[in-house]
Design a protein around this ligand. Sequence first.
Ligand code: M6R
Length: 610
Amino acid sequence: MCGIIGYIGDQASAPIIIKGLKRLEYRGYDSAGIAVLKDGGLQLIRREGKLSNLEAALNLKEMTATLGIGHTRWATHGAPSEVNAHPHLDCTQKIAVVHNGIIENFHQLRHELSGRGHDLRSQTDTEVIAHLIEEAFTGDLYQAVKDALTHIEGSFALAVISSDSPDMLVGARKDSPLIIGVSPKAFFVASDIPAILDYTREIVLLENGEIARLSPQGYLIEQLDGTPVSRKSMTIDWDISAAEKGGFEDFMLKEIHEQPAAVRETLRGRIDENGRVGRVGLDDLGLDDDELRSLKKITIVACGTSLHAGMLAKQVIERWARLPVEVDCSSEFRYRDPILDEGTLVVAITQSGETADTLAGVRIAAELGAKVLAVTNVVGSTITRESDGVLYTFAGPEIGVAATKTLMAQMTALNLFGLLLAQARGRSNHEFAATVAELQRIPEKIASILENTAVLEDWAKTYHQVTDLLFLGRGFSYPMAMEGALKLKEISYIHAEGYPAGEMKHGPIALINPGLPIVVLAPKDSVYEKIVSNIHEAKARGATILAIATVGDKDILSQVEGVFYIPETLETLTPLLSVVPMQLLAYYIAKLRDCNVDQPRNLAKSVTVE
Ligand code: M6R
């Protein structure tokens, strides 16, 4: 996720672009850049780090051009650095492009462009677009962008300018957002509404597969195949803070709703034409098939929510690859003198890539000769520099302290890794193809959960004043019971525990008072009958059972006080659905308790100290 903005009008563009980028910084903040017209050419200024670094490098008084584009980056391909910051230029330095999205076939395009003599200076996927436009340009920038886009696979929101076309700004989108802002004497393109709300409240939403040509006098929109589009503008009445949150009350709620996209982006380019996990989108993995084949053991280290992704990964990898997996929280692992050697792969899961305990675990693994694979959401984070390989998740920046969409992306990536490992170890079978196909259906299934939250809001109204709550699960649902409890604890400050349901009778069942609410994860899976028995045990002691069950399971209705249904899916993928109602339940309860869900007390987004 990155933020892009473009301006064409009668005012100096640079201050408007910088102000807009500030409003988009929540979309990415590892580097930023701007390109404006100057003396018949382009002036390009880019800086690594926060937007303030770029601002400090600009002399805005001298930047009077009325056409320009800007970008704030969240790296996906190529580490955060000045050379990888946008805008990117073509060989002639006359065309500038800013991009949000992922070009899936950029390796191939890069190779072809280099073969035709182009000088590609960055490691990004975006730069190929500038060179493709250069090749297609015969005097009409708009047509050249259209032609260039026919070669591109993947997602994009683009803004393009050229010093040869000083009266034109081109915007286009597919699977990444882009809007047009309309004012009497100026027009804008931007990733999101807040970027331009200081200048106009008249917005036109660009739809997938559409391209727009803007001038100081007006704009036109077409589909990429040339079909004209006529669309009226709408007036936005949100304030800036609501707009930054996409109209949601909090970043956490917005990020819960971004989970379908997090799955889609994490899968993008990683499934080949035969429906298998392909290597193309996994080029940072740092492990070839021989290395995957020779592994004797995997040790997973992580903290908090990432640890729950690790607990799930253990089950997934053991099921698919039949390779033993241990899971440890990093803070214990680092002091327990672990047994590791060259046959062990340490998988370190951390969305931020900066968690001190997990980094310490990585250093111990390296000292003992084990290879390290980092699973992280932040390109260029410390862990990516200290590991042998990286499995990136593509959730985009997460602002809310409570991890939601990054967990979803981790679970997606680790499912892919389990399948890749199994493929390399010769264990593919028909279930693999079904799993890959079902993974691609998960986004729409999450979306259907998000549309249907009334039951959860009712539960929150009924139970938001309780002092204790239990979450129970078995098998693949056990790590999610842990996660449900963690979410509730951290944002609502209610005491909650996640427990493997079969363990209750070994002690915790003594805690059950009449009326104690217990959320039980009871999907129709291989341990369904077992969890139903556990429900009866808890009910017999007076607990109030709220079940998360599979749609169509009518039998459970008579056994519990409330049911939230999730769509049917494969057992290994159920956690990607069942976690969503628990995130929402925690959210609704916390809101009713007047808690700050985005910044809970005593917590930090990344824990960089021991
Ligand atoms: O950045 P990391 O994934 O390494 O962070 C690990 C934990 O600090 C993190 O998951 C924390 O538990 C979250 N607040 C959970 O919502």
